[in-house]
Design a protein around this ligand. Structure first.
Ligand SMILES: C[S@@+](CC[C@H](N)C(=O)[O-])C[C@H]1O[C@@H](n2cnc3c(N)ncnc32)[C@H](O)[C@@H]1O
Length: 285
């Protein structure tokens, strides 16, 4: 396990993932009934942007840095910017004052209501310890040092039954897409009413299209893909963008996400051929 998210925190992929995640959470919270949130690949929860790791590649500058540079971000991405401000009280329009970047566990935890539950899984031993320290003790939150793919079998369906599983692997292993697909389908079988949000890298568009089309076909339930590429996705050797596959998405989430995606496209696309889209893979029954 070589992957450490500290090198990538706040990058373009994180921005897309976290903007969408907060909207999914908001949609779940339209009803007062409790929800269970499962984050299978949690990371450490909070990232210091001044750390050696974050500074080394400076990926956050092309992600959250580029987004906040436009003061319109606080209007278009209101929930996301509010969360950033909760973690960075000195955050000013334009992005000054951004010191820490929230990971998915922090974002999910800050949105929890009394009746909700959050389960976090992280396999890296040191990161699991840091996650526990960063997220703190909270009776609504369980932190597990365990394999997130196995958790999709072992921990689903959750109590309460409504909720969301975020699956955000490191894609280090050659067979990660295969393992992921099996685990998601097993999880969906155990929890057919659950929402699943799966983050994936886009190197070559046609390869990733084939994967998600097949996963959606097997899932046999409403599935959409939300994607943002910073350049044409033709070179399999480099990261050209990322997406979130949403299985059982909230009703009409596309309408909420489209203006946000348009804004992100304007801020984050770096070369010709990049873009953003929402694609319906399986329509609602
Ligand atoms: C992309 S990062 C997660 C980032 C996090 N979800 C966020 O948005 O802030 C992937 C994490 O998965 C962890 N990991 C790798 N393999 C895992 C597995 N099989 N089960 C659980 N965690 C794993 C890595 O240590 C890494 O921290």
């Amino acid at each position: 396990m070589n992957y450490r998210h500290a090198f990538h925190a706040g990058n373009v992929g994180d921005v897309l993932k976290h903007v969408v995640l907060l909207e999914l959470l908001h949609a779940l919270h339209r009803k007062p009934s409790p929800v269970h949130l499962l984050d299978t690949h949690a990371g450490i929860g909070v990232y210091d942007l001044a750390s050696d790791e974050a500074q080394r590649g400076g990926e956050y500058r092309f992600g959250i840095g580029a987004v906040l540079a436009d003061p319109a971000a606080q209007r278009v991405l209101a929930r996301y910017v509010a969360a950033l401000r909760a973690l960075n009280p000195d955050l000013a329009p334009g992005g000054a004052g951004l010191r820490r970047y929230p990971g998915s566990p922090w974002l999910l935890k800050q949105g929890l209501r009394e009746q909700d539950r959050l389960t976090l899984c992280e396999l890296h031993p040191q990161d699991a310890e840091t996650l526990k320290a960063n997220i703190g003790r909270d009776p609504r939150v369980a932190v597990h040092h365990r394999d997130g793919f196995a958790a999709l079998k072992a921990l689903l369906p959750p109590t309460p039954r409504r909720g969301l599983a975020l699956i955000d692997p490191a894609y280090e292993a050659k067979d990660e897409f295969v393992v992921l697909t099996k685990a998601v389908l097993a999880g969906l079988q155990r929890w057919p009413v659950g929402q699943f949000a799966i983050w994936y890298p886009i190197k070559e568009q046609k390869t990733v299209d084939a994967w998600k089309t097949e996963l959606a076909r097997q899932a046999q339930t409403e599935t959409i893909a939300v994607e943002l590429t910073i350049r044409a996705a033709k070179n399999a050797r480099q990261m050209n963008g990322s997406g979130l596959l949403l299985i059982n998405p909230p009703w009409q989430i596309e309408q909420t996400l489209q203006p946000m995606l348009d804004f992100l496209k304007g801020r984050l696309v770096r070369e010709p051929g990049g873009g953003a889209r929402i694609q319906t893979l399986v329509k609602a029954a």
